[in-house]
Design a protein around this ligand. Structure first.
Ligand SMILES: [Zn+2]
Length: 184
């Protein structure tokens, strides 16, 4: 199970987001029962948008790589397992992209849950794809990954930064190399 750990992590986060939204719909803002003075938590419509966009991206990539993919699963959190099973025979590039999408979405789910610490921890677990050092940091302000190596800069002297998409792609490439090394 090459995808096991990431699939579980991303699926678990997506399920949490989905549950949050459904519970709110079930209980509602409780109008007419003002037994408490505290205002109800606002419904976070952005969570619904986030879930929809995430699932759509997974479905689009899967159907692009495998037009014969089976029907989309009933539970949103099963989207990743569905993608991987339908891409089992797809070429390396499509599988790599699937890994990168899933991992980037995992990080995005963490951010949607305002779990900045989880993203910071993930970012430290990959060497900088440009200089190879272990000094990557997550900047919430910039919404980007930054290399802390003072030598790792562009022509104008600015630190190397990576979007989450590029970071996730670099991680997927690293994992693919590990898998290929194991397979030979
Ligand atoms: Zn670097």
């Amino acid at each position: 199970m090459a995808h096991g750990d990431t699939t579980d992590a991303a699926a678990a986060r997506l399920a949490e987001l989905h549950n949050h939204f459904r519970e709110y719909q079930a209980t509602g803002p409780q109008q007419g029962h003002a037994t408490t003075v505290s205002a109800p938590a606002p419904m976070r419509l952005d969570i619904l948008d986030h879930i929809t966009a995430s699932v759509r991206e997974v479905a689009e990539h899967t159907l692009h790589a495998n037009p014969d993919a089976g029907p989309f699963p009933e539970r949103v959190q099963d989207a990743y397992a569905w993608m991987h099973s339908n891409l089992a025979a797809a070429d390396e590039a499509d599988q790599l992209r699937a890994d990168a999408i899933e991992y980037r979405q995992y990080l995005e789910h963490c951010l949607e849950q305002r779990d900045n610490a989880a993203v910071r921890k993930e970012v430290r677990q990959l060497a900088c794809p440009k200089c190879g050092c272990w000094g990557l940091m997550w900047s919430l302000e910039m919404g980007r990954v930054i290399c802390s190596n003072s030598e790792c800069v562009d022509r104008d002297g600015f630190s190397t930064t990576l979007s989450l998409a590029r970071f996730a792609h670099a991680r997927a490439v690293t994992r693919q190399k590990v898998r290929q090394a194991r397979a030979t």
